[in-house]
Design a protein around this ligand. Sequence first.
Ligand SMILES: C[S@@+](CC[C@H](N)C(=O)[O-])C[C@H]1O[C@@H](n2cnc3c(N)ncnc32)[C@H](O)[C@@H]1O
Length: 233
Amino acid sequence: MAIGSSNSTFFERAYSDRSPKVWYGFSRPIYHNLMGLLFGHRFSKSQYGGMIRHTEAAMLSRWASEIPRDGCIVEIGCYGGLSTSYLYLGASKKNGRIFSIDPFDSDLEKQEDLTDQAVSLDQKPGMQLVRSRLDEIGAGDKVELIEGYSQEVVKNWDRKIDFLWIDGNHDQALQDYLDWAPFLNPGARVGIHDAHPRYGIQLVADDARKIFSTDEWERLDHVKSIIAGTRKT
Ligand SMILES: C[S@@+](CC[C@H](N)C(=O)[O-])C[C@H]1O[C@@H](n2cnc3c(N)ncnc32)[C@H](O)[C@@H]1O
């Protein structure tokens, strides 16, 4: 993979961010914080048991609203549906469709083997609960929940994707990207959660750097623990 020098500079700056979060720092923190204040409080984090910050939630909605008309979003790692709901808010502006993959509360023994157990397996939200949350906000068939594992679901996948959001097993962010990359449309966005050494997980940050350091990316962005970019057209 060819390393793009501009992308290397991006990572040096993004990953060395130690500055006060509002006034200084890399990647438009004032803009992201403002977006978070305005658009990142629609759903209750505590009620959903969600794991995204208000700034991240607002930017997810924003990016989802930037897909082409009738576009497709794939989310790996739904949990209680918090990020899914924010994705829906944005995607609905483009009549977009979201496919969100998670084992939910199925076969917990299998989950012990196949997930990193970053979330407690006790009282994990079930698909029905998430479905009802999505129905309450009118998502209907615009959000399809898929009970399963990204690495299994991809084997039967056949749709092009405009936004791939990776927030599943933290041990396999790179593998998730490699599995799903063949389905990305030109100009598609990829976002990876927990991909910053300070706000996320070092292993995921290392994976994100490997993914986005090639010269096939543009519009790289860093929003707290998220690193995102769009594929060049
Ligand atoms: C950090 S949580 C996702 C949080 C959610 N995106 C949010 O912001 O509300 C990670 C979820 O990914 C699920 N998961 C783990 N491995 C997975 C895989 N291979 N495919 C799909 N989901 C997976 C976990 O069970 C868990 O529910």
